[in-house]
Design a binder for this molecule. Structure first.
Ligand code: COA
Ligand code: MG
Length: 314
């Protein structure tokens, strides 16, 4: 059964997903660095960054890593190879064994790709807390984004988040990498629209040139303005700018607190619009304001050393 965005909004996850760092599961040196990095989430990649003859070793690395390093306060996501590939079954067995926060499915084309993995996890008695993330990185994936997101509303689907993959999408379509991403913006917004309609979140694509700090800043600013919750990253030096751009700034927090205060004043319980310094604010802004303040608190708790649980919700 489908639900409208407004029905879903209050319960939409308010997890921090500003910086979602991908790490090749084969790279032990990079894995060892993770506990010292300030990213909100980690994608342990078994797919494209691991060559076919190293997949088994990469799985062993994750086994060792998960038993030694719980990474408190960070969401842990394992990106598997396609279920239909030679590696998919063993990757899924590892996911069931390690119980990360989510499994990330590559090249999701249609709802059935998500439903099949949901069925697999149910069959394996995986805990409900183990969610599904979907890479939207093929032409069919973009065209079907709304149908895939809607399928995520069905009972047992576990769908939680989309991650856009522009490297694959550019390869499939021939769109060239250009600053400003003019020809890609319509597709990116289609993904944002799809997740918004069905109460999910979307993470913007990686930016490959990790030494070009200025262009990365510009792309973070654009991704935030488009409505993405965060950015998938490939290198530690991308974490700080992503956290800054996708996190609420001081002015936004002050504004959100003013909105919450205005709606909690005695006498405003039955009001749907209030006047804040000459600007109309509607009750719908209250939900956004509460979500933003909740995220700000999570960031505050993290920087004061008390890591907030990634499963905490508004
Ligand atoms: N996660 C954690 N640590 C990382 C990292 C990552 N994604 N990328 C680099 N590092 C570490 C390196 O191990 C190195 O650590 P050290 O100082 O202890 O040696 C440090 O950060 C500096 O790295 P640098 O020398 O600048 O880059 P590199 O040559 O080691 O790595 C890449 C460059 C692109 C190969 C690497 O960043 C990478 O593999 N990124 C992820 C790729 C990926 O996941 N692709 C799939 C999704 S698109
Ligand atoms: Mg890909």
């Amino acid at each position: 059964m489908s639900q409208s965005a407004s029905q879903n909004s209050p319960s939409r996850p308010a997890r921090l997903r500003r910086s979602v760092l991908s790490v090749p599961a084969i790279n032990r040196r990079a894995l060892d660095k993770l506990s010292s990095l300030d990213c909100d989430a980690v994608i342990f990649d078994l797919e494209d960054s691991v060559s076919p003859d190293m997949k088994a070793e990469a799985r062993e690395n994750l086994r060792a890593f998960f038993s030694a390093s719980p990474l408190p306060g960070k969401e842990r996501i394992i990106r598997i190879n396609a279920l239909s590939s030679n590696f998919g079954a063993e990757d899924m067995a590892l996911v069931a064994e390690l119980e990360p926060d989510a499994v990330l499915l590559p090249k999701v084309d249609e709802p059935q790709d998500v439903m099949a993995v949901g069925d697999w996890l149910a069959e394996a008695d995986a805990p409900e807390s183990l969610r599904i993330w979907a890479m939207i990185e093929t032409p069919r994936g973009v065209l079907n984004a709304a149908a895939i997101a809607e399928a995520g509303r069905t009972a047992g689907s576990r769908l939680d988040c989309f991650v856009v993959g522009l490297n694959d999408l550019r390869k499939e379509t021939g769109v060239l990498p250009q600053s400003g991403r003019a020809y890609l913006v319509p597709w990116l917004m289609q993904v944002v629209l799809a997740v918004s309609a069905y109460g999910l979140e979307a993470i913007d694509s990686v930016f490959n040139d990790f030494r070009d700090a200025d262009s990365f800043e510009a792309e973070c600013e654009q991704g935030r303005a488009m409505g993405f919750a965060g950015k998938m990253l490939i290198h530690p030096n991308q974490i700080e700018p992503a956290n800054r751009h996708f996190g609420p700034d001081a002015a936004a927090i002050a504004e959100a607190e003013a909105i919450i205060a205005a709606f909690t004043e005695p006498g405003s319980a039955t009001l749907n619009v209030v006047n804040i310094d000459g600007r109309m604010v509607e009750r719908l802004h209250l939900v956004q304001a509460e979500r933003l303040v909740h995220k700000a608190r999570q960031i505050e708790q993290r920087s004061s050393g008390a890591a907030a649980s990634p499963r905490t919700e508004a």
